[in-house]
Design a protein around this ligand. Structure first.
Ligand code: DAH
Length: 359
């Protein structure tokens, strides 16, 4: 029976060590089976007691039962330890700080051209102008003829565009346009046709601006795009004069650039205005002293304007004997470029987020 005693001691040591080392409940369960399971080592010892003489049976039986109780307690303790460890890990993993500030979702913002458009509309609306719109696909009539640019007029070369044939766009050089009927459709080259459309439907006095997309058949570079935006303005009444125009446009630039701006008018030519002029503003970079941005002149070319031609009034159903007024048109992208000091018009249409995020 000496053997059995040693066996029990060894068994205790082995079992204790194994329990201590167990990493999870599954492993612990295996160890339990190995020692205390139906065919476990200690169970076997207890079963073999029967064959021993009574005195030994009592002695070894006692020891084996004590060991059984001892190991059960060890198993329970270890199981508890593992469970607590798991709970702690889960807690740590799933812990959330409900007092932490929330994460802001990434919000987009308005395109710089839209921001500038809204600002421009606000300024003109405050001066009593109505904001109107017209179609981007125009007829030959509204884009050219009605604006005193008949089919053979050389000015058409300035406004080469894309014509629509059976619903799809096709480019036709303007020199071939004389053969096109005036209801032929094209992508408008300027926003001035909106003035005619508005005068047809509304009686003077009128004050409107229109900002919209225009198209030209042109090679692109830093200051030209095949599509771009234009701002057109129109004021018609019984005695609307160039003085009214000068005051209005100067006030607009003053409010738009938020600094005092001088303007200068030079004679020019547009088929739909008479007289016509080109308008310059004080150079925004040097304030009029002369710098490389303004070719040392102190002035920057901004827009075209003039007194509406009597033929345009006639084409719009108004009698030029009773009505007079001015119109102006300017590149809207250029206005935005000057406001933000951007040197390439193509950036507006590139969809480059590194550019757009700056506004
Ligand atoms: N439509 C002209 C262009 O595209 C600009 C312009 C000039 C518009 C004079 C006007 C105006 O309304 O009066 O170049």
């Amino acid at each position: 029976m000496k053997m059995a005693k040693i066996d029990l001691k060894l068994l205790k040591n082995r079992a204790e060590k194994a329990i201590k080392k167990a990493k999870d409940l599954k492993e612990l369960n295996e160890i339990f089976k190995k020692y205390l399971g139906k065919r476990g080592e200690l169970t076997q010892v207890l079963k073999s007691l029967e064959k021993l003489p009574k005195a030994k049976k009592i002695k070894i039986g006692k020891e084996a039962n004590q060991l059984k109780d001892f190991l059960r307690i060890k198993f329970d303790q270890k199981a508890q330890e593992i469970k607590e460890k798991i709970e702690k890990e889960v807690e740590e993993k799933e812990w959330i700080d409900i007092t932490a500030p929330g994460k802001k979702p990434v919000l987009g913002h308005l395109h710089p051209l839209t921001q500038i458009r809204r600002k421009t509309e606000e300024i003109f609306q405050a001066m009593g102008f109505t904001v109107v719109e017209g179609p981007e696909i125009e007829t030959d009539w509204y884009n050219f003829d009605a604006l005193n640019v008949p089919a053979e007029h050389p000015a058409r070369d300035l406004w080469d565009t894309f014509y629509i044939k059976n619903g799809s766009a096709m480019r036709t050089s303007s020199s071939s346009s004389p053969s096109l009927p005036s209801e032929a459709r094209l992508l408008r080259t300027h926003t001035t046709p909106v003035d005619v459309r508005y005068m047809e439907k509304n009686n003077p006095p009128l004050r409107i601006i229109t900002i919209g997309r225009c198209f030209r058949h042109e090679a692109t570079d830093a200051s030209h795009e095949v599509n771009f935006y234009q701002l057109d303005g129109l004021m018609v009444g019984k005695d609307i004069s160039v003085a009214n125009f000068k005051a209005t446009i100067q006030e607009f630039f003053h409010r738009f650039f938020e600094k005092s701006i001088e303007i200068r008018m030079r004679p020019s030519y547009f088929p739909f205005t008479e007289p016509s002029f080109e308008v310059d503003i004080t150079c925004l970079v040097c304030g009029g002293k002369g710098c490389s941005a303004c070719q040392r002149t102190g002035w920057m070319e901004m827009l075209g304007a003039g007194m509406m031609h009597p033929n345009v009034f006639k084409n719009s159903g108004l009698n030029p004997k009773f009505w007079q007024g001015w119109a102006f048109g300017m590149g809207f992208d250029r206005l935005a470029m000057m406001k933000y000091k951007i040197n390439d018009i193509r950036l507006f249409y590139s969809g480059d987020l590194r550019f757009l995020h700056q506004f």
